[in-house]
Design a protein around this ligand. Structure first.
Ligand code: GLA
Length: 342
């Protein structure tokens, strides 16, 4: 047991492989340098007191039986409850939450918050964190049961398994994780916020997920990873287009791995563009504000640009060639270290 713990979990950028995680597919994310820090001190009595420094708000609840709440409080109560459910000791505590990832911008502030909370609470109790997939599942239960977003494991695994200078290829069927150097030379990856906030629980995210489940039922398979392209073409709309995106996006992840290994960044840019077209036309998760951000990045000379994360707003990712000036508001992103106790 510790008296004081600092836990940090980074947000993530997903290079490519969008809406594939809950379809047993492939993705290629990396952890970024920005994230959420939770400072936890052991308290007496039975309460967990949480303070969201950036918002100037607080919450207080019984450590032994957290009750549902809305907004950021759902994450804190959910993290305590799900850790208890998984058999971990959750101690009374005072938690200070602060972060550098803008919320709702598609950089996974939610996953960063859940993971930093879990690591802090585990650290206070003196428990070793479970391995990455098990901890990612606990955090995803927070999203499903407490926040109401049926998200997959992409964000949590990227935050937990990230390493400086490295992208992570995740196979969501086998849960095999493979690190590969993100060697971009003089090229830069930037994100541009579309300015449109999204919350997965309220956006079309859950609807997309249920459309994929309906496509599986119609195809008589458990997962779109097993879908035959010819059978997908026979599906009624919009299921045909949704499934087609998932199949083509899985193929683009492996093409991106090949391009990175070959140092072919022009090809990586083309794959980002193709991913965006598929997310816009087949998966229908883009918005006018996102299209505007994509256009600004292409005007700046981007080799490729695409909507990132759950969609319906959030940030656009682009690959800029050497010498191209990023448009106003765009921020460079680099692969940073994964979640940890500080
Ligand atoms: C959000 C979810 C992830 C993933 C992406 C889309 O970030 O949290 O699980 O589904 O959207 O790729």
């Amino acid at each position: 047991m510790s008296q004081l713990v600092h836990a940090f979990a980074p947000g993530r950028v997903n290079l490519i492989g969008e809406h594939t995680d809950y379809n047993d597919g492939l993705a290629l994310p990396f952890a970024i340098e920005d994230g959420v820090t939770v400072t936890a001190t052991l308290a007496t009595g039975g309460l967990i007191e949480a303070i969201a420094i950036d918002l100037g708000e607080r919450d207080s609840f019984d450590a032994a039986s957290p009750q549902p709440a809305a907004g950021w409080r759902a994450f804190v109560r959910g993290a305590a409850a799900e850790l208890r459910d998984a058999g971990f000791d959750v101690r009374p505590a005072r938690l200070e939450l602060s972060g550098t990832v803008p919320r709702g911008s598609g950089l996974s502030s939610s996953a960063a918050l859940e993971i930093a909370l879990c690591l802090a609470l585990l650290g206070l109790a003196g428990d070793e964190p479970p391995e990455a997939v098990a901890l990612a599942r606990i955090c995803s239960a927070v999203e499903h049961r407490w926040v109401g977003a049926q998200t997959g494991l992409l964000d949590q695994l990227a935050s937990l398994c990230g390493a400086a200078g490295t992208a992570v290829r995740i196979d969501f069927r086998s849960l095999a994780i493979e690190r590969l150097p993100l060697a971009l030379g003089e090229h830069r990856l930037v994100v541009l916020d579309s300015g449109e906030r999204h919350a997965h629980a309220e956006s079309g995210y859950n609807e997309r997920r249920s459309e994929c489940a309906r496509a599986c039922t119609a195809l008589g398979i458990d997962s779109l990873r097993d879908a035959e392209p010819a059978a997908v073409e026979e599906l009624p709309e919009p299921l045909r287009r949704r499934a087609r995106h998932v199949l083509s996006e899985n193929a683009r992840v492996d093409a991106a791995v090949t391009a990175l290994r070959a140092g072919d960044l022009d090809e990586l840019g083309r794959l980002l563009d193709a991913s965006h077209a598929s997310l816009r036309d087949d998966y229908a998760v883009s918005t006018a504000a996102v299209e505007l951000a994509v256009a600004r990045l292409r005007d700046a000379g981007a080799l490729g640009a695409r909507i990132m994360g759950g969609g319906f707003g959030g940030s656009v990712l682009a690959l800029l060639p050497p010498g191209a000036a990023a448009p106003a508001g765009a921020v460079e992103v680099r692969p940073g270290a994964g979640a940890r106790l500080l």
